[in-house]
Design a protein around this ligand. Structure first.
Ligand code: NAD
Length: 313
């Protein structure tokens, strides 16, 4: 198999590349602009016969088109500006991610590449009722620019697939955590506590509660469903059924860092930032019914990721 991986130098993308190598993919091309990706995450592949790195932006339409000239069986599209918070300050990031996805799909159409695997997000559900959400829940009304961009990309992928005989695997990820993670609540808490081990600023009231998924489970679920589900559009929630509260994450980070008497200072309000969905639960029955389930629950994923990141940052 030959794969083109956008965002392959990022957190999830680089783990995916490692997995594709283990799966025996004969060709893997990473396309990344290194806006948040890191060379060190993929450097063990540099110079290998199966591997090629393209340092370029998906907004560069001609370059995307040219790089897709090689034959590929599948495009894994993970490139995006991944921070939900940025959208409340810089709404243009959503435009960038939508344009990037459009360019990629248009180049795929021209090059007759039929399969796309896309990293969407639970944020497409917006502020939905407090029930475990299934893939067919609607209407989808995101409350963040990030969620809006993901939903727009899902729409483009669906319409390109129907119009140009393509097939798509869309995964709505929970919060993915683990080694090489360069953003998110665990990363933030560790960095803040390294700077000031006496006080931890917590955005919101700390009662936000979401599903966390360990990186190995994320990659495993994606590959599992990609290999088995054969509809035109294959849409899956990918997360854990339970959820972990931000206060609990803070307590776990403090404990794992061996700190005592840390003061928690809350910025207040029920959410961390504009566009944050404070409580969220996934129904993962669809992928479970195919015989897959995550190895780690939400609390275990958080605990493991704290230990991983303490070794890294
Ligand atoms: P990441 O920032 O580590 O990876 C994104 C990669 O895309 C980076 O390497 C970055 O340099 C690259 N990139 C961004 N814009 C680009 C562009 N215009 N052209 C080329 N390359 C570009 O983030 P991640 O956490 O690994 O996320 C991967 C994907 O999964 C993203 O699409 C993200 O939105 C999605 N996702 C992540 C999570 C999570 O919890 N980490 C949750 C839901 C969805």
């Amino acid at each position: 198999m030959r794969a083109f991986v956008t965002g392959g130098a990022g957190f999830i993308g680089s783990h995916l590349v490692d997995r594709l190598v283990r799966e025996g993919y004969e060709r893997i091309v990473v396309y990344d602009n290194f806006s948040s990706g890191r060379r060190e995450f993929i450097e063990h592949h540099l110079g290998k016969r199966y591997f090629r790195l393209v340092e370029a932006d998906l907004l560069d339409w001609e370059r995307v088109d040219r790089e897709l000239e090689e034959e590929y069986d599948v495009v894994f599209h993970l490139a995006a500006i991944p921070d939900v918070r940025i959208g409340s300050i810089k709404p243009e990031v959503s435009k960038i991610d939508i344009m990037a996805t459009y360019n990629l799909l248009d180049a795929m159409r021209r090059r007759d590449i039929e399969k796309i695997v896309f990293s969407s997000s639970s944020t497409v559900y917006g502020e939905a009722p407090p029930i475990p959400l299934k893939e067919d829940f609607g209407p989808l009304l995101p409350i963040s620019m990030y969620g809006a961009a993901k939903l727009a990309c899902e729409g483009l992928i669906s319409s390109f697939s129907h119009t140009y005989d393509m097939k798509a695997w869309i995964f709505r990820f929970a919060n993915v955590v683990g080694p090489r993670c360069t953003h998110g609540v665990i990363y933030d808490f560790i960095r803040k506590l390294r700077k000031n081990p006496e006080e931890l600023e917590i955005l919101g009231d700390g009662r936000q509660k979401k599903s966390y998924l360990y990186i190995s489970d994320c990659i495993d679920g994606m590959i599992y469903a990609f290999e088995r589900s054969k509809e035109r559009i294959n849409l899956f929630n990918l997360g854990t059924e339970g959820a972990t509260e931000v206060n609990e994450i803070a307590r776990m980070v403090v404990e794992e860092m061996g700190l005592k008497n840390v003061r928690f200072r809350y910025t207040g309000g029920d959410r961390g930032w504009k566009g944050d969905v404070p409580r969220f639960r996934f129904d993962i029955g669809k992928i479970r019914s195919m015989g897959w389930r995550p190895r780690y629950d939400s609390d275990e994923a958080v605990r493991r990721a704290i230990r991983d990141l303490l070794r890294e940052i």
